[in-house]
Design a protein around this ligand. Structure first.
Ligand code: E4P
Length: 216
């Protein structure tokens, strides 16, 4: 499973890219706003650091405007996934962009029906938001299971990118289900790397080593 970083914070992107496990980055207008960043400048900075796909979201709500924005975004770097909202206008834009071989990430997906339509339009990846479904007492991971199964039934090439990840558990379940990608906020990556038994075990190894180091 690929791991993308779900942030527009440049220091975090540098830090976690250095771990060697970041396959791409996802941003959205809220993440860009949180950083007070300029979308073009920040997207270019991210693309300099990370080799894999960088998702940048369109602002237009009409297909024509989305396509125009996509044409601009894809000039910023070679590895841009244009993020398109899951609306009927979004589907029209994805169809056009897919014919032009421009990679798309269909975002704000909350149902299997939406995921099927996005795949039929030619989306490169879809982003079902598991955390936001959990927030309204629905089962986000159950949706991932359904999409992975349905795409496999019909050999759709569209990838499943698990978004709105709120806990390591979401990442574990995504991997068991066989999702293609999970996009993970920095805090969750920190939670994934650490385990109290690792820390305890390392402390003990180093203490024991200290007791014999003069004999080496
Ligand atoms: C990433 O592509 C999504 O925009 C992001 O994961 C949404 O996360 P949130 O629901 O925590 O805002």
């Amino acid at each position: 499973m690929k791991i993308f970083l779900d942030t527009a914070n440049i220091e975090d992107i540098k830090k976690y890219a250095a771990w060697g496990i970041v396959d791409g980055v996802t941003t959205n207008p809220s993440l860009i706003a949180k950083e007070g960043a300029n979308l073009e400048k920040r997207t270019k900075e991210i693309a300099e650091i990370v080799d894999g796909p960088i998702s940048a979201e369109v602002i237009s709500t009409e297909a024509e405007g989305m396509v125009k924005e996509a044409h601009v975004y894809t000039k910023w770097a070679p590895n841009i996934y244009v993020k398109i909202p899951m609306t009927s206008e979004g589907l029209k834009a994805v169809k056009v962009l897919s014919a032009e071989k421009i990679s798309t990430n269909v975002t704000l997906v909350f149902s299997l029906g939406q995921a099927l339509l996005a795949a039929k339009a030619g989306a490169t990846v879809v982003s079902p938001f598991v955390g936001r479904l959990d927030d309204i007492s629905q089962d986000g991971m159950a949706l991932i299971e359904e999409i992975v199964q349905a795409y496999s039934n019909y050999d759709f090439e569209t990838g499943v990118l698990v978004a709105s990840v709120r806990s390591p558990r979401h990442v574990h379940e995504a991997a068991i289900i066989g999702a293609d990608i999970a996009t993970v906020p920095p805090k969750i990556l920190e939670d994934l790397v650490s385990h109290e038994l690792t820390n305890k075990g390392l402390k003990k190894f180093l203490e024991d080593w200290d007791s014999v180091k003069n004999k080496q």
